[in-house]
Design a protein around this ligand. Structure first.
Ligand SMILES: C[S@@+](CC[C@H](N)C(=O)[O-])C[C@H]1O[C@@H](n2cnc3c(N)ncnc32)[C@H](O)[C@@H]1O
Length: 231
C-alpha cells in the first residue's frame, strides 16, 4: 500500500478507531500500551516522542508518566486522527503536556539526539519503509535512550496462529462492516503476513544502528513489543 493510501485509510477510520480497538481487544490494548510505555523507560520530566500516534493513546499514557514537568510530542501524518487526539487531550484536566504534530515517521522533523524515550504503537507495520523508520527513530533518540514498539505479531504456535487468523477474518472484519469499513480492516491480516517476526525485527533494529534490541511476545504471541536502545 502506498503512503497516500495508508493516510487516507487512517483518516477514514478515525471516528470509530478507538471504539473498535477497545471492543475488539476487550480493552486489552490499553494494558499492552501501558506495558510499552513502561518498557520505553520514560520517567518524570522526560521529553518523549510517540511516533504514528493516531488518536493519541500512547502519547496520553506517556504524558501521565512524564508529568507536567516533562513533554510529549505525538506525531502522525493523518490529520483526522490528530484532531481526535487533540480533543481527547483537551477534555482532560489538568491539560497534559503534549504537542500534536502532523509529520512523517520516515522523515522525523526533529534534530538528532533529542528525545529521552519513544513509543510507537501499531505504526511499524503500516509504514512503507520499516528500516528507514527505525533509522529515523534511532537518530532522534538521545544516546542511552530506549523506544518501545508495540504491534501485532505472528505467534510461533500454529494453533494460536490459526486462531488469530480466524479472529481477524471472522470477528474483526464483520465488526468493521457495521461502520462500512470492511476493506479498511481487511488490510490487517495481509499486513501481518508481511510483517517481520520478532527475531527479524531485532535484526532490522540492529541494522538501523540500535545498540540493543529485544522482542517480547505478549498476548500469547499474537502481539509483541520490540524494545530498542541507542548506544
Ligand atoms: C494503527 S494506527 C496506530 C495509532 C496509535 N499509535 C495506536 O496505537 O492506537 C497507525 C497510525 O500510523 C500512522 N502512520 C502510518 N504511516 C505513517 C508515516 N509514514 N508517518 C506518520 N504516521 C504514519 C497512521 O496515520 C495511523 O494513525
Amino acid at each position: 500500500m502506498t503512503a497516500d493510501r495508508v493516510r487516507t485509510l487512517f483518516n477514514r477510520i478515525a471516528p470509530v478507531y478507538d471504539q473498535l480497538n477497545t471492543s475488539l481487544s476487550l480493552g486489552q490494548h490499553r494494558v499492552w500500551k501501558q506495558m510499552a510505555v513502561k518498557w520505553s523507560g520514560a520517567a518524570t520530566g522526560d521529553h518523549c516522542l510517540d511516533v504514528c500516534c493516531g488518536s493519541g493513546d500512547l502519547a496520553l499514557l506517556l504524558a501521565d508518566c512524564v508529568g507536567l514537568q516533562g513533554h510529549v510530542i505525538g506525531i502522525d501524518f493523518a490529520a483526522a486522527q490528530l484532531a481526535i487526539a487533540q480533543q481527547r487531550a483537551q477534555a482532560r484536566y489538568p491539560q497534559p503536556s503534549i504537542t500534536w504534530q502532523e509529520g512523517d515517521a520516515l522523515a522525523l522533523p526533529f534534530p538528532a539526539n533529542h528525545f529521552d524515550a519513544a513509543t510507537m504503537g501499531y505504526g511499524l507495520r503500516n509504514v512503507t519503509d520499516i528500516p528507514r523508520s527505525l533509522r529515523e527513530l534511532q537518530r532522534v533518540l538521545k544516546p542511552g535512550a530506549k523506544a518501545a514498539i508495540l504491534d501485532f505479531h505472528r505467534p510461533s504456535n500454529a494453533m494460536i496462529r490459526t486462531l488469530q487468523q480466524w479472529y481477524l477474518e471472522a470477528i474483526v472484519v464483520p465488526a468493521a462492516q457495521q461502520f462500512d469499513l470492511t476493506d479498511e480492516y481487511a488490510y490487517i491480516a495481509p499486513s501481518l503476513d508481511r510483517f517481520p517476526t520478532g527475531s527479524e525485527q531485532v535484526m532490522l533494529a540492529r541494522q538501523a544502528g540500535f545498540a540493543a534490541a529485544t522482542h517480547y511476545p505478549i498476548a500469547g504471541g499474537t502481539m509483541g513489543v520490540l524494545v530498542v536502545m541507542k548506544g
